[in-house]
Design a protein around this ligand. Structure first.
Ligand SMILES: [Zn+2]
Ligand SMILES: [Zn+2]
Length: 262
């Protein structure tokens, strides 16, 4: 699988310069991931511009996964623009269909959790996240994708894991783990939300524990690539600051335009 990280930030990056996000990590777009040029995870506000900037052909994007409908992961207008170009199939939770644009080129497929689903792009297993979208009845999702003999876990947004999600994860051996790395080691320093700190996004110390737990349960091993994604400007103003935290923990720090073959 070839991964292109189209955006790697949370919502606290400056919107007027987010489109300048690159390897320096001093700007970041909203989090979005492209797999093998054909599968897009999280159609946020910036992915169309990022596709063009990073040399990805919009006409190849046939399938879209939505983890949840927060504005940094999902935008009806950008999804509509993609569908203006050609028909797409969109997968996500059934709890936010009112947010989906009524577009003749969009086919929506609601996902149920824990059951592997054979899709045109591979085998997809949605699992519930601890994250919450307040104004919908949706279940925020993580994704386990099996494609071309490799298995990827996509974790933004969320903190820790629900027990049922962990049980499902224990049945996989992952080649790549992409996790929500929003907070630094002091998540109480800057509060994006007043009461959800430890249960809504991960801190750096939580990522350390999660990585070890995955090793202990043989979900991961020495060949597994761990990626810290969905970074906040308040904690990681540039790539050096992020690498100083994540490299000692065995994580790759994501940045806008980063490409990875797993
Ligand atoms: Zn987010
Ligand atoms: Zn969110």
């Amino acid at each position: 699988m070839k991964l292109v990280f189209l955006g790697t930030g949370v919502a606290d990056w400056f919107r007027d310069t987010a489109h300048l996000g690159d390897a320096s990590g001093v700007n970041r777009r909203c989090t979005s991931l492209l797999i093998d040029g054909v599968l897009l995870i999280d159609p946020g506000p910036d992915f169309l511009e990022a596709l063009e900037t990073f040399g990805c052909d919009i006409t190849n994007v046939r399938w879209v996964l939505i983890s949840h409908s927060h504005g940094d992961h999902y935008r009806a207008d950008t999804l509509s623009q993609l569908a203006d170009d050609h028909p797409i199939i969109v997968y996500g939770d059934a709890g936010y269909p009112e947010k989906l644009p009524a577009h003749k080129n969009i086919t929506f497929i609601p996902l149920s959790c824990h059951t592997p689903r054979a899709c045109p792009f591979g085998t997809l297993t949605a699992v519930p996240s601890t994250h919450v979208v307040e104004d919908t009845s949706e279940q925020c999702l993580h994704f386990i994708l099996r494609r071309n003999g490799k298995t990827l876990f996509y974790g933004p947004d969320g903190a820790w894991f629900r027990a049922d999600t962990w049980y499902t994860l224990e049945t996989y051996r992952l080649d790549c783990v992409i996790l929500d790395a929003t907070f630094g080691d002091d998540p109480m320093k800057t509060r994006f939300r007043s009461s959800h700190i430890w249960f809504y996004h991960n801190s750096a110390s939580m990522l350390k524990i999660i990585r070890q737990a995955m090793y202990d349960k043989k979900i991961a091993d020495d060949h597994t690539v761990f990626v810290a994604d969905h970074l906040a400007r308040a904690y990681y103003p540039n790539i050096e600051a992020a690498n100083a935290v994540f490299h000692p923990m065995g994580y790759v720090t994501a940045y806008d335009g980063m490409q990875m073959e797993i």
